[in-house]
Ligand binder design. Structure first.
Ligand code: C2E
Ligand code: CA
Ligand code: CA
Length: 565
């Protein structure tokens, strides 16, 4: 429908009207033609319709247009128009900004206009096109933010700016934590609502005139020319606080935090692809380090990340091929007073495809993250039970301690597997001990205790590993039902010089004994430590280099079992 507000055309507009209408039929873009002398504009009917303007011919266009321009872009819009119209020579107005449509939503439009001069060199007309960026695949459909192609364009502009002026800056890429759960638990529509809400929250937090972009999936980004590490930290703190309030989705409360990777240009890269890759890597590191945090890119950390990615592939391969490359080493445990071999702790080892031994600190977190610790954990139990059976021929009460990750205890098939394995090898339940690090236990004491009690009721002992390294060791002693406490080397290290640490170990052992818990001290390296721990602290068992390092099955048999034969 054509809207006609009956304003007569100026001679200049009349001259071009025919061509203007003809051109309008060839494109979805919006056209405008302004007679600057008369301050009269002629626009294509689609602009009138989509933005509910009074008519195709308007006096003083900006009285209608400016109120529709997004408040954040009104200033820059006016500045750009006034620069184009007041310049001495022909000048362009090229700008992307948001305008409120007839539906009341802000849409991104890209405007390209040019000022034409009359014979005296005075600006006489202003002509151009506007296009909706979503139609040209430039805006994200869900959030209305500019999309990844625009982000790429903006990063390239920022780099050009750096080359021209020497001013660098920061790029922050934010990814929602656990967004997959929203899509899985609810549906994509709910997911879209969350993405849009987060977009609005983030847009409110980042300081103007920075622009928020929407990348693929659940990621957002923005560029901060001149941004420093302090600026970035401040913005991220605001992001955290904006996202700390629960979102209400279909009546459910949902917490949606974000992890962030920050790169500085030109320090961390001088081209778009490198900067983007580095920012994504830093964000992935932020997620792996526990989410809801910001990681500033560093080359060393990136190299470690690349190594862990390739390690992850090799580990998958090892596991798929029946745990090839994995082996168990065993470290002897001796009774404190008699120094008799009573058992060993099974410690996992992994040789990468190049044959290099990788430290457990490097590969165990990967096994846990990928949940591969569940199949590998079963393999460990089987190997440990098999080995224990063999060694019981030399030491009848030999016990193998097996490390267990939190992931494994959450897996309800683990307990059945352990029991079935003991049965298969015809081994009593007191031949194994399951160790769990208390610092890994997040909160759910009652669930853990239920699992522990299920094992204990079968006669399988539970040990609390690394006692003294968590935040609330004494509290966990009270809350967790266990049979053995393994006091960490951290405590042992200083007992020779430090009276306080010695007394602390003494009290912990005392306390454990008073509630019937057995104490094993780890990391004993020196004779003097052993003397103190046994005589004064009254430890029950000792594990440490003083009595033996972790050894392969063959070496263990040769070093520790030949005498017992
Ligand atoms: P952890 O369970 O506390 O194991 C004891 C660690 O202390 C072992 O390191 C051992 O070699 C080391 N150690 C023993 N005696 C001494 C000593 O006298 N001095 C010093 N400085 N260190 C000593 P390792 O083998 O590198 O294992 C590191 C960690 O990896 C283990 O700590 C455990 O948390 C994890 N891990 C090892 N094997 C497994 C496994 O099969 N499953 C799981 N879930 N975690 C495992
Ligand atoms: Ca352990
Ligand atoms: Ca330990």
């Amino acid at each position: 429908m054509r809207k006609n507000n009956r304003i007569p055309l100026s001679p200049c507009l009349r001259r071009f009207r025919f061509y203007f209408d003809l051109l309008g039929r060839t494109t979805k873009d919006y056209l405008f033609f302004t007679d600057l002398q008369e301050n009269l504009v002629m626009v294509s009917p689609n602009l009138v319709n989509d933005f509910d303007l009074p008519g195709e011919i308007m006096h003083d266009f900006d009285t209608y247009w400016l109120p529709l321009v997004h408040p954040e872009e009104r200033g820059p819009y006016q500045a750009s128009i006034s620069k184009a119209l007041n310049s001495q020579g022909p000048c362009e107005h090229n700008m992307e900004y948001r305008v409120k449509s007839r539906k009341g939503e802000f849409v991104w439009i890209s405007c390209r206009g040019r000022v034409g001069l009359d014979r005296d060199g005075k600006p006489s007309m202003f002509v151009g096109t506007m296009s909706r960026m979503a139609q040209r695949n430039q805006a994200d459909e869900v959030t209305g933010l500019l999309n990844k192609y625009q982000f790429e364009h903006a990063v390239k502009l920022a780099l050009a700016q750096y080359r021209a002026t020497g001013e660098g800056g920061a790029i922050m890429v934010l990814g929602l934590d656990n967004f997959k759960i929203v899509n899985e638990t609810y549906n994509r529509m709910t997911g879209d609502i969350v993405l849009k809400r987060v977009a609005d929250l983030l847009a409110n937090v980042i300081p103007p005139p920075l622009t928020l972009f929407k990348l693929d999936g659940d990621e957002y980004a923005f560029i901060y020319p001149g941004g420093t590490a302090e600026d970035v930290a401040e913005i991220f703190a605001s992001v955290q606080s904006a996202l700390s309030r629960p979102q209400d989705i279909d009546g459910h409360q949902y917490f949606c935090t974000a992890s962030c990777g920050t790169v500085f240009y030109p320090e961390s890269g001088k081209d778009y692809l490198v900067l983007h890759k580095h920012a994504e890597a830093a964000m992935d590191i932020a997620k792996r380090e526990g989410k809801n945090r910001n990681v500033l890119f560093s080359k060393e950390q990136y190299n470690r990340w690349v190594r862990s990615i390739s390690m992850r592939d090799s580990i998958w391969e090892s596991v798929e091929n029946g745990c090839v490359g994995f082996s168990l080493f065993f470290q002897p445990q001796v009774s404190a007073v008699e120094q008799k071999l009573i058992g060993a702790e099974a410690l996992l080892r992994w040789k990468n495809p190049k044959g290099r031994m990788v430290a457990p600190m490097e590969f165990i977190p990967i096994l846990e993250e990928t949940k591969l610790i569940i199949p590998v954990g079963k393999w460990i139990v089987e190997e440990a039970v098999k080995t224990c059976k063999k060694w019981r021929r030399y030491v009848p009460d030999f016990r193998v301690s097996i490390n267990m990750s939190y992931e494994q205890i959450k897996d309800l098939s683990f307990k059945n597997f352990v029991e079935e394995c003991l049965e298969r090898y015809d081994m009593p339940t007191d031949s194994i001990v399951l160790e769990l690090t208390e610092s890994k236990i997040v909160a759910d004491w009652s669930f853990i205790n239920k699992q522990f009690d299920a094992f204990r009721s079968q006669g399988i002992a539970i040990a609390m590993d690394d006692f003294g390294t968590g935040y609330s060791s004494l509290a966990s002693l009270k809350n967790l039902s266990c049979d053995i406490v393994k006091i960490d080397r951290e405590f042992v290290k200083k007992i020779l010089e430090n009276d306080f640490d010695r007394r602390l170990v003494q009290y912990v052992v005392d306390l454990c004994h008073s509630i019937g818990i057995y104490c094993c001290i780890e990391g004993v390296e020196e004779e003097a430590e052993y003397e103190l721990l046994t005589k004064e602290c009254k430890a029950d068992a000792i594990q440490g280099y003083l009595f033996g390092h972790p050894e392969s099955v063959a070496d263990f048999e040769e070093k520790f079992l030949s005498l017992e034969k």
